[in-house]
Design a protein. Structure first.
Length: 287
């Protein structure tokens, strides 16, 4: 694959949800739009299966995302299972968990507990968890402030979904990345990862925010490689803060190797590709 580094690729966006427990509508969508979903789901039951797939895809490390989304996905995963799964190879498998401030009595303490278990980052998914990324500002969701402030203190990066979601029941309005303007300013020492770059509705706004806030990174997962330079034509300007993510096994994602190959075929500089696939992730998730 032209332009792909020989080693050290990190995929910051791999889903490891207990999808067998999902709402029927969400499960039906996955079966319809993820090619070979049953085989993939079976493979992911065993961390060795995932590690073999990573080897075949040219990926050294993967961030494994699991988060509660009771209303939309019907999921409330036991994150101890995720940590145990990642313990099969702690260097290569990086567990990313979540705390839903609407359903957690002491969200700050919950974040501390996850960190003590070995969770290395948090995921906030506004369209699936049904609140804006800055819902703490007007006092409506003070627990969200606790989550951000505790993560900042513990040096846990926080990934925030921006843009649309195709799952039944998702609320697209919460995918507006503008809320991250508040979060990035209110928690200046918190590393924020903007997942999906507001695709496809808010990419210009996402780029503005990325240039404005130095603690904000772009995870390009969920952006079709053929659309990447159309939606982010000035990608080279933020090459120090872009991260490769596949969103696998998400809807319409052909596979991790396929995503890497398609991105590598774009007219991007060797420096950008090296930072995108390898170096920037080492800053956010040190080996």
């Amino acid at each position: 694959m032209p332009g792909v580094p020989r080693g050290g690729v990190t995929d910051v966006h791999v889903h490891l949800q207990p999808f067998e427990d999902a709402h029927p509508g969400a499960l039906a969508l996955l079966k319809d739009r993820v090619k070979g979903f049953a085989e993939i789901h079976a493979r992911l039951k065993d961390p060795r299966g995932l590690l073999d797939y990573m080897d075949a895809s040219g990926v050294d490390r993967a961030c494994l995302i699991s988060y509660p989304a009771k209303e939309v996905l019907g999921l409330d995963p036991d994150l101890r299972v995720l940590v145990q799964y990642a313990s099969a190879d702690p260097r290569r498998l990086i567990p990313i968990g979540s705390v839903d401030p609407r359903h957690t009595r002491k969200p700050g303490e919950a974040v501390e507990h996850l960190a003590s278990l070995g969770i290395r980052s948090l995921k906030v998914h506004p369209p699936h968890q049904l609140f804006s990324s800055n819902a703490y500002v007007d006092g409506g969701l003070p627990g969200l402030r606790e989550i951000y402030s505790t993560a900042e203190r513990l040096h846990l990066p926080v990934m925030v979904h921006t843009g649309t979601s195709v799952f039944p029941g998702a609320r697209t309005k919460y995918g507006d990345p503008m809320g991250l303007d508040d979060v990035a300013q209110d928690f200046p020492d918190l590393v924020l990862i903007m997942a999906h770059g507001g695709r496809p509705l808010w990419c210009d706004l996402a780029f503005f925010l990325l240039r404005r806030h130095r603690n904000l990174y772009l995870d390009i997962s969920g952006i079709p490689p053929a659309r990447l330079l159309g939606w982010f034509p000035r990608l080279e300007e933020i090459r120090d803060r872009i991260l490769f993510g596949s969103d696998w096994p998400g809807p319409d994602v052909p596979g991790i190797r396929e995503e890497i190959a398609a991105i590598s075929a774009l007219p991007l500089s060797e420096e950008l590709l090296e930072k995108l696939f390898v170096r920037n992730a080492k800053k956010v998730f040190p080996p």
